[in-house]
Design a protein around this ligand. Structure first.
Ligand code: B12
Length: 340
């Protein structure tokens, strides 16, 4: 019995399910240490709760696993499916197009605004929102509904695994989410080992063209650059997705410019950089494209975006006389067969 209790505790602790609860409920901890029978503990109110700490450090807890989930960002929808809880989604935001089943779920609005009435009408027992992208004041408004709200704001690659695990815990799908999160961590580790110690290249990631917009060192896209042994020339920017001037790009003179645009094809505005032949990126012929779904969304598919970025930069190293760690041969779409 004691061994069973210990095992169950270890699993819950690893999933951050009860760590905060125990901090607030010393009696629970005492009870566990005294070795009360597991059945007694499970019937106590304290352990009937499940909970996690979200990306804003907020405690999110529920009396039972979520059954009706609304997710307010495409990446959260994707991570919910990866966690094995896609069948519990009742509402999503416009542009939630992966996996294919997500397209059949009711939309509650778009990136500018979502409809509070539509959310309430779906009677969710859990709302998952994207912190930095949400309209001002929306967290307060959602909290007033008295429905648990979990904020997702992954900034480092390993945060994606946390996001998947947290959703698994809140939806009662720990086992599947744990498997998916661990596999993601292992694959990221492999990529890191392969590429991180390469000679640093300086990279500009172009989010938008008019106005010119990029991402700061705090954004996950910068973490992908670090994984590939590169560095964001705008890492020092103060806001997450700053607008910048053309002169700043010319002055920082990146070795490569990477963009994604919105569709599956390289946007035509990437070639506008050819007008500036003094740029190293132009001389290096390093105006590079990565599919937006594989780099703009903090999901398991970011493995694809990371692999493509690392391979492209490694090819550039080889071309400019630096040692390439990897002969890029893999087929972009085929590299991780589980993705589109
Ligand atoms: C910056 C930006 C981003 C950044 C957001 C930075 C961050 N917080 O991490 C990044 C590059 C990560 C991004 C990602 C995506 N974006 Co975007 N993004 C923009 C962009 C260029 C500027 C927004 C901005 O800074 N506005 C100024 C600030 C002051 O206003 P804001 O309202 O506070 O801006 C916030 C929202 O726009 C939000 N946001 C940005 N994109 C998206 C997408 C969705 C679906 C949601 C809910 C919110 C959201 O983040 C901004 C703050 O960081 C706009 C195009 C444009 N020029 O407006 C597209 C735009 C908003 N994005 C769009 C899309 C489609 C996406 C993606 C779904 C692309 C993809 N294929 O994966 C992803 C979603 C990622 C996710 N997590 O699920 C579309 C939305 C279309 C629609 N009608 O729904 C736009 C309009 C581009 C376009 N014309 O197609 N985006």
């Amino acid at each position: 019995m004691l061994r069973l209790m210990a095992k169950s505790l270890r699993r819950m602790w690893a999933a951050h399910t009860i760590s905060w609860r125990l901090k607030r409920e010393p009696m629970v901890l005492l009870g566990l240490l005294l070795g009360l029978p597991l059945s007694l503990l499970l019937t106590s109110n304290a352990l009937a709760d499940i909970g996690v700490v979200d990306f804003y450090g907020r405690e999110v807890h529920m009396a039972k696993p979520a059954e009706r989930i609304v997710a307010l960002a495409p990446h959260i929808v994707e991570n919910t499916f990866t966690a094995g809880a896609g069948d519990k989604l009742v509402g999503v935001i416009h542009h939630s197009n992966y996996p294919a089943q997500a397209k059949n779920i009711e939309e509650v609005g778009d990136y500018k605004a979502w409809s509070m009435e539509a959310i309430v009408a779906l009677q969710p027992d859990l709302i998952l929102m994207w912190g930095s992208a949400a309209p001002m004041g929306s967290l307060d408004t959602l909290e007033r509904l008295n429905i648990p709200v979990y904020v997702s704001e992954p900034r480092r690659l390993q945060d994606i695994a946390k996001n998947i695990r947290d959703i698994g815990v809140l939806a009662g799908r720990e086992s599947m989410s744990e498997t998916a999160a661990t596999s993601l961590e292992q694959q990221l580790m492999l990529l890191t080992k392969k590429f991180q110690s390469q000679k640093k290249l300086r990279v500009f990631y172009q989010v938008w063209h008019t106005p010119l917009q990029t991402i700061s060192g705090d954004h996950m896209i910068s973490d992908i650059m670090r994984l590939c042994g590169a560095q964001n020339v705008f890492a020092d920017a103060l806001s997450l997705a700053p607008k910048i001037g053309l002169e700043a790009v010319i002055q920082r003179n990146p070795d490569a410019i990477i963009t994604s645009g919105q569709g599956g094809e390289k946007p035509e505005w990437l070639d506008q950089w050819q007008q500036y032949p003094s740029l190293k990126a132009v001389q290096n012929k390093a105006l590079l494209f990565i599919h937006p779904d594989h780099i703009k969304r903090p999901t398991a598919r970011i493995l694809l975006g990371a692999q493509v970025m690392c391979e492209q930069l490694d090819r550039l190293r080889a071309q400019t006389g630096e040692t390439a760690s990897f002969v890029a041969s893999s087929n972009y779409r085929g590299a991780y067969g589980c993705f589109r």
